[in-house]
Design a protein around this ligand. Structure first.
Ligand SMILES: [Mg+2]
Length: 139
């Protein structure tokens, strides 16, 4: 049904192309302004949140969840990802490259030697300078 064998990876570019084709076939590109896509994305984040609403903390791997609940979760996670990919596409952002860059910036901002095992904000000259540089960029 998905056209992807078990264990085969799917790239962001594969998904981006599929979504562009999906919209083109339905003549939906006219509705895909950045604003509309952002609002659709936020709506899907709400649907994703509803799945966890009132459950309290849940253990990693969701061992007590039914298969139908996990399937529903996968659908809502996918909705969020697909709108995020489309929003990035129509904004001219290469999401994969932007995400890799952000991971790199986060690694600089939170060096292992200072942050291993701790999420508390650290203050030192290096981080203060990095914060200033990151915050002044248009990312
Ligand atoms: Mg949904």
């Amino acid at each position: 049904m998905t056209g992807v064998a078990d264990g085969e990876s799917v790239s962001l570019e594969d998904l981006r192309k599929k979504m562009v084709e999906f919209a083109k076939e339905r003549d939906w590109e006219k509705y895909h302004s950045p604003r509309n896509l952002l609002l659709a994305l936020v709506g899907e984040v709400g649907e994703l949140s509803e799945i966890f609403q009132w459950k309290g903390e849940v253990p990693k791997g969701l061992p007590d969840w039914k298969e139908e609940e996990k399937e529903h979760l996968g659908e809502e996670l996918s909705d969020v990802l697909l709108y995020l990919i489309q929003l990035s596409h129509y904004c001219g952002i290469d999401l994969g490259k932007a995400a890799l860059r952000k991971v790199h910036l986060n690694a600089i901002k939170h060096p292992v030697n200072l942050y291993r095992g701790s999420s508390e904000e650290k203050s030192n000259d290096i981080n203060d300078n990095i914060n200033i540089n990151i915050n002044s960029e248009t990312v």
